[in-house]
Design a protein around this ligand. Structure first.
Ligand code: SF4
Length: 292
């Protein structure tokens, strides 16, 4: 198998076969992200993809779920994604779902018909970097979409029958803004009905624009207690039925997981317990994260 650059996949895809179809991230501008700074974006050839699928078949007797690597693999044209899905069906007939990271811009570049065709060939459960439901924050982090664009594109995705997983980032609004960010983000999630909510926490990584902003004082990171209060406000404000909340990410101080609304109180209690355990004094400062 060929893997170029660092390979990232979401924690829920730990058991999926990873197939590289792009290198890097076509956007590569989010101010907090250092994942693909060192690798220019490019597409992998169909020849290499097919070679990898043949090799993978010899290693994995069965792969019911395949995750396409890397940062925003849904950037590929619908025609190319359709061809990849066909090859997957040929080599792994048992594969039920082909999934990957997708941006709002990637969805917007496909027609309604193309989205429906992609769903038909097994593409589903796209991991979409939402981060926040607050326009001011999205502009500052250079996410490349607005709240209303995200609502529109996720609506199109859902009408085509494709589920999405909303990636949310705690702490992204900076000091003093966590609870407001949580309220706006919860409102966004309530309106866009993700299949799963995946929550991570902002880190200030060297080499990123956010690191420079923090050094200049134009961005002040939230304290850890604010981040935990933000997570509580997010959980409290969500009015979704039967949606999984997956707050297990290496950047999170307290691993939280449950189904909404059933486990709402249980998750809130777990965060409160952690706050009591660490003590408010220890949490009154920003924690340094090592990597995404
Ligand atoms: S957060 Fe995602 S979209 Fe933004 S630069 Fe990083 S990989 Fe690309």
């Amino acid at each position: 198998m060929h893997y170029e650059g660092t390979t990232y996949r979401p924690p829920p895809e730990a058991d999926s076969l990873l197939l590289q179809v792009t290198v890097g991230c076509a956007h590569n501008r989010c101010t907090f992200c250092n994942m693909y700074r060192d690798v220019p974006f490019r597409r992998i050839s169909m020849e290499q993809i097919e070679e990898d699928l043949k090799e993978a078949r010899g290693i994995f007797p069965k792969a019911e779920r395949i995750f396409l690597v890397n940062g925003d693999a849904f950037v590929l044209k619908a025609k190319m994604l359709g061809k990849i899905a066909e090859k997957i069906k040929f080599h792994f007939p048992e594969c039920q779902t082909v999934t990957m990271y997708a941006s709002i811009q990637n969805i917007g570049s496909k027609s309604d018909q193309e989205l429906m065709d992609l769903k038909r060939v097994g593409i589903n459960d796209l991991y979409v970097g939402i981060e926040s439901g607050w326009d001011e924050v999205l502009t500052r982090i250079q996410k490349g979409h607005t709240v209303s664009e995200a609502k529109q594109q996720l609506g199109r995705l859902s009408r085509a029958g494709i589920n999405h997983i909303a990636n949310i980032m705690l702490g992204v609004a900076g000091r003093g803004n966590g609870v407001e960010n949580a309220a706006l983000t919860a409102q966004f999630l309530n309106e866009t009905s993700p299949g799963l909510i995946w929550v991570g926490t902002l880190g200030i990584f060297e080499g990123t624009e956010l690191h420079a902003e923090t050094a200049r004082g134009s961005f002040v990171p939230a304290t850890e207690i604010e981040i935990l209060e933000e997570e509580k406000a997010l959980i409290r404000n969500m009015e979704l039925e039967g949606v999984a909340f997956y707050g297990i990410h290496p950047t999170n101080t307290v691993p939280i997981r449950g189904a909404l609304p059933r486990d709402k109180q249980k998750m809130l209690d777990k965060i409160d317990k952690a706050i009591r355990h660490y003590g408010k004094v220890a949490l009154e400062r920003p924690f340094q994260r090592v990597s995404l």
